[in-house]
Design a protein. Structure first.
Ligand SMILES: [Zn+2]
Length: 274
């Protein structure tokens, strides 16, 4: 009898572990395990998700560009950028002349992004960073994106406030909402709740619209009149991990070096590791 109970307990634990890994992508276990999982999945991630470049361009890149049409060289931050789907879709639009800083917890995912974006060298930076707050000062970016990821961040309220902090007044937020069909019932928030969360963080014009079965697309705007960042890149906006000064980094293929305290920030496989 006891062995039957033991087998049932083990089977139950395996079921919960499988569900945590494949449905919730490790959200309840912590960022180190999440990073490990994404590293493991990175090479086949786009294939497994059946990513459609055409859909990304039609549903994300082009609507975003319409909203920032007046900004000549937009500075875009993509949080939880994964394999670089959104920057790739943006760079494929001829009218997009901006730069993208793509941040993710997984080195493996960023290495895939580097391969995908390499032909746009000089217009993007990739950075591995695992915790909030991100090393940028308030109101740095014209656009902040966090697509197909907000639901997998444990502290949603803190995450939304961090996205708002990084955005310039008048800037645009592009994010998403995992739907009730996503199979992630424990972390799904209703469109009304997400709208309230965004408004509480200071956003206005919140638009939650259908995107695909398991995600809604969400746009919002930070109040104010936008004075664009003006063609800056990572070396101009990164906060030094040693002296705390912003910008003034000298950049080469393998490092960024702080012009204030000479601290070197390394770059490996095209990814800056802060
Ligand atoms: Zn420094």
């Amino acid at each position: 009898m006891e062995w039957i109970i033991g087998v049932l307990i083990v089977a139950g634990l395996l079921f919960l572990l499988d569900r945590e890994i494949y449905r919730y992508e490790g959200i309840h276990i912590g960022s180190r395990l999440q990073a490990f999982l994404y590293d493991h999945w990175s090479k086949n991630y786009d294939q497994a998700k059946q990513v459609s470049q055409q859909e990304d361009e039609a549903m994300l890149a082009r609507p975003l560009l319409e909203k920032i049409a007046g900004i000549p060289v937009p500075l875009v931050l993509d949080v939880a950028a994964g394999t670089g789907r959104l920057p790739f879709a943006l760079f494929n639009q001829s009218e997009f002349m901006g730069r993208v800083i793509a941040v993710d917890i997984s080195m493996g995912m960023l290495e895939q992004a580097h391969k995908k974006l390499i032909s746009h060298h000089g217009r993007f930076s990739l950075m591995q960073y695992r915790t909030f707050p991100l090393p940028f000062q308030d109101e740095t970016f014209d656009v902040v994106c966090c697509v197909e990821a907000l639901e997998l961040i444990g502290e949603k309220q803190a995450a939304v406030k961090e996205l708002a902090r990084l955005l310039r007044p008048g800037g645009i937020l592009l994010t998403s909402r995992g739907t009730e069909d996503s199979g992630r019932g424990m972390v799904v928030v209703s469109a009304e709740m997400l709208t309230a969360l965004l408004q509480d963080a200071g956003f206005e014009d919140v638009q939650v619209t259908p995107w695909w079965r398991v995600f809604n697309r969400v746009f919002a705007r930070k109040p104010g009149t936008l004075i664009p960042a003006g063609g800056k890149s990572l070396k101009d906006v990164l906060r030094c991990p040693r002296c705390g000064q912003v910008g003034g980094f000298a950049e080469n293929e393998s490092t960024l070096q702080c012009g204030h305290c000479n601290r070197q920030v390394k770059r490996q496989s095209g990814v800056v590791v802060v």
